[in-house]
Design a protein around this ligand. Structure first.
Ligand SMILES: Nc1ncnc2c1ncn2[C@@H]1O[C@H](COP(=O)(O)OP(=O)(O)OP(=O)(O)O)[C@@H](O)[C@H]1O
Ligand SMILES: N[C@@H](CCO)C(=O)O
Length: 317
């Protein structure tokens, strides 16, 4: 569940009077998500999402994320558009937390993943990359190779035997991926979503209708975003690689933006890096989330299996 902060109706009504989005009909906390508190607001003018940013978010970074979402929405990317209050501000405080209202996107995350869905994800990702080129401010990727090392270091004392084995097995793969990682100027860079998992892409029927959750977005190799999608979309039952999905994902991407030879050649190592990034953040949460916490921990071993796949089969698709 992800409603860490309870909201009082009167306080919310006062808050909404700062915006020109109508009067409150109803509001309800949204169970999905783990990072922030999200509420669905219904007003006399329609539906909106209210997000209260919880403690893992650095408030100083919020203007960059909100600026990127606004920029992409203005460039016809179907993503949440931050709503300006009457005074022109998008970021305010509510219940002691940074708060933002964004537009509501229709659609739902898919339960069944098909090559046709992957092709649309590829197209949407390439459009996002192209639109992001004119958003100039940079945000370094805190979860790039340097970040992996510090996440890894903070996992090493804790956990049971299975965790200890995972740590031992990951150590070498981490060193190898860091050594093989491209240099900053080797590949085209730009704004990337960096977390385009199945739960962050909405479909209406068979048609992709929107992308949410930009709070890991950053400036990095464009092809790394594609590698994240290969990890997130192209495995069945958390382990069986689906080359037809990966082929469709890449083909969809290249219908909008061509990959260079260097990007194609780098994909296997970028896929290993992406697998490591999610293995490590999941491992961190596994080790550090207290038993009985409200949040369900995600399985780091699912990404160890992906990592092993890309180590053994160094080509994509
Ligand atoms: N703009 C939007 N339009 C419609 N629904 C939305 C929108 N933003 C969020 N939601 C709903 O809220 C849920 C949680 O959102 P989100 O995934 O951004 O939460 P989070 O806690 O920040 O993320 P996560 O745990 O995935 O990092 C989504 O699954 C979706 O149901
Ligand atoms: N998408 C991430 C979690 C939130 O960013 C994962 O599945 O590990």
């Amino acid at each position: 569940m992800a409603v860490y902060t309870e909201l009082d109706e009167e306080v919310l009504r006062d808050f909404l009077s700062l915006y020109a989005i109508g009067d409150l009909h109803s509001f309800v906390g949204i169970a999905e998500g783990v990072e922030n508190s999200n509420f669905l607001l219904k007003t006399t003018q329609g539906r909106f999402i209210l997000t209260l940013f919880e403690k893992r978010m650095n408030p100083q970074e919020l203007p960059w994320f909100l600026g990127l979402m606004g920029h992409l929405a203005q460039h016809d990317i179907a993503c949440p558009q931050p709503v300006m209050a009457r005074d022109g501000r998008v970021l305010r405080q509510l219940a002691g937390k940074p708060a933002v209202i964004v537009s509501f996107l229709e659609g739902h995350a898919r339960e069944e993943i098909t090559p046709a869905a992957c092709a649309q994800v590829g197209q949407a990702l390439a459009r996002l990359h192209k639109a992001g080129q004119s958003y100039e401010a940079e945000r370094p990727n805190a979860l790039g190779p340097q970040g992996w090392q510090s996440v890894f270091a903070s996992c090493t004392d804790g956990g049971d035997e299975a965790v200890a084995a995972l740590i031992t097995e990951t150590k070498e793969a981490l060193a190898a991926a860091i050594k093989a990682w491209p240099e900053a100027n080797d590949l085209p860079r730009g704004q990337i979503h960096a977390d385009l998992f199945v739960d962050n892409v909405f479909f209406e029927g068979e048609t992709l209708s929107g992308i949410i959750d930009f709070y890991f977005a950053c400036t990095d190799f464009l092809a790394y975003d594609l590698a994240i999608c290969v990890n997130a979309w192209c495995f069945k039952a958390e382990q069986d690689y689906q080359p037809d999905r990966a082929a469709a994902l890449l083909q969809g991407y290249e219908q909008i933006r061509s990959l260079s030879d260097a990007e194609r050649a780098a994909l296997p190592v970028l896929c290993q890096g992406a697998a490591l990034r999610f293995l490590l953040t999941r491992l961190y949460d596994w080790v550090h989330t207290p038993a009985g916490a409200l949040v369900t921990r995600k399985d780091p071993w699912a990404y160890q299996r992906r990592l092993n796949h890309f180590q053994k089969v160094p080509h994509v698709p």
